[in-house]
Design a protein around this ligand. Structure first.
Ligand SMILES: Cc1ncc(COP(=O)(O)O)c(C=O)c1O
Ligand SMILES: [Zn+2]
Length: 392
């Protein structure tokens, strides 16, 4: 596969300072994340619906708008977009879909970010990959590191779901368990990375995970045949998918594929960890650290997301919103999604069902609008949470 690239440079998401994309880069000197900028005019000459129809069914089909390098791939992306008529009818929605990211390698959408990040890290000569994780990102990083032949160090809270611990160990990663949250795990990596020579793959601390995750937006466009849905509900922790999809829509507009219209983006968080919802409700531009974060949706247990400014801006720009769901609502919705539609979801994904129901009931979502829920991970990895729910 070609390693020709349309990548021009990296740009700070806040102060717009530019950086050389040919060398390893992490955060801007202002402390904020860097985003990848492409020659989109060039990309648009070959990235067309017609050409796409002939390409392999992995996210690397969007090669023109992805980082260069021989892809380290496990067949990620092109997940099913399922029309969920029965679930939709139960909340008065006629066009409700679930994008089932649980079918990715390692059972979550984290595979998308990691295929792109590990591909680039390998090309830049990374010796050891390290990341803090709420669970699924660690599993995905461990898998792609193994596929790339690069050692990985995964740092996770001690109470991370056991499936995530086991997969990391099986993939041969070094697993560090800490009594704390992902923010403490992040500090652990930050304090050691220079001394140990680790390449930091933390959420938004390298520019390429966003690139992998943005392909969810490209896939929706392709699956809806050159259109986008009216509403997207996304379970938001670090916010990489939300940021990635909005970036994809901006790129599509620049390539002339769509106009200025955007899907209304909805950030769904857990009651026990909702820094973005709190900031949104308080009409603030930035989020505060959410103290004593606790939820069974381990992926949503991100008390101090680095992408807060970007996420809040994107919710405003798309006329979106943000709302919380309780743990018991998530588990109840998970059972509904499973029994009505045959989709066994992660609690994070199930959270979007409750959020959609609330927004449909309040009239924020109209009955005929096209709505996509993101089930970001498989329910099979959450045996502890599901055991409790099913016994109750
Ligand atoms: C299943 C699942 N859903 C959602 C999230 C949140 O993802 P993001 O960082 O893109 O907000 C995670 C993160 O760990 C996750 O594992
Ligand atoms: Zn900056």
């Amino acid at each position: 596969m070609t390693t020709a690239t349309n990548v021009m440079e990296l740009e700070c998401s806040e102060c717009r300072k530019k950086y050389d994309a040919e060398v390893e880069q992490h955060l801007c000197t202002c402390g904020r994340p860097l985003l990848v900028r492409y020659d989109l005019k060039q990309a648009a000459t070959t990235l067309t619906l017609e050409n796409l129809s002939k390409r392999a069914r992995t996210l690397w089909r969007y090669r023109e708008v992805l980082p260069p390098g021989d892809p380290v791939t496990l067949g990620e992306g092109m997940t099913p977009l399922l029309y969920t008529a029965r679930l939709g009818a139960s909340m008065g929605l006629r066009r409700l879909y679930v994008k089932d990211e649980g079918l990715n390698p390692t059972g979550s959408f984290k595979a998308r970010g990691m295929t792109a990040a590990v591909t680039r890290a390998k090309q830049l000569g990374a010796k050891t990959l390290a990341a803090p994780t709420a669970g699924n990102a660690g599993g995905a990083l461990a898998a792609y590191a193994a596929a790339a032949g690069i050692p990985a160090v995964i740092v996770m809270p001690a109470d991370t779901p056991s499936a995530n611990v086991m997969e990391c160990q099986a993939f041969g990663a070094t697993v560090v368990k800490l009594n704390g949250l992902i923010s403490d795990c992040g500090k652990y990596v930050a304090e050691r990375k220079d001394r140990e020579g680790w390449y930091d793959v933390s959420t938004l601390k390298e520019p390429y995970r966003v690139e992998g995750k943005k392909t969810m937006g490209y896939e929706l466009w392709e699956e809806f045949r050159g259109k986008l849905p009216e509403v997207i509900l996304y379970p938001t922790g670090g916010g990489v998918g939300l940021i990635g999809m909005c970036k994809a829509f901006d790129e599509m507009q620049e390539m002339g594929w769509i106009g200025a219209e955007r899907p209304r983006m909805v950030a769904v968080q857990a009651e026990g960890c909702a820094p973005i919802v709190k900031a949104w409700e308080g009409h603030r531009d930035a989020a505060e650290f959410f103290a004593n974060a606790a939820t069974i949706a381990s992926g949503l247990r991100v008390p101090g997301p680095l992408g807060d400014l970007m996420m809040l801006r994107m919710l405003r720009q798309t006329n979106g919103t943000a709302l919380t769901v309780s743990d018991s609502e998530m588990l109840q919705a998970g059972r509904e999604l499973a029994s009505m539609e045959g989709i066994f979801a992660a609690p994070e994904g199930a959270a979007t069902v409750i959020a959609a129901r609330k927004l449909a009931a309040s009239g924020w979502i109209k009955p005929g609008e096209t709505v996509v829920l993101f089930n970001t991970g498989t329910g099979y990895k959450y045996s502890e949470a599901w055991q409790r729910a099913l016994q109750a």
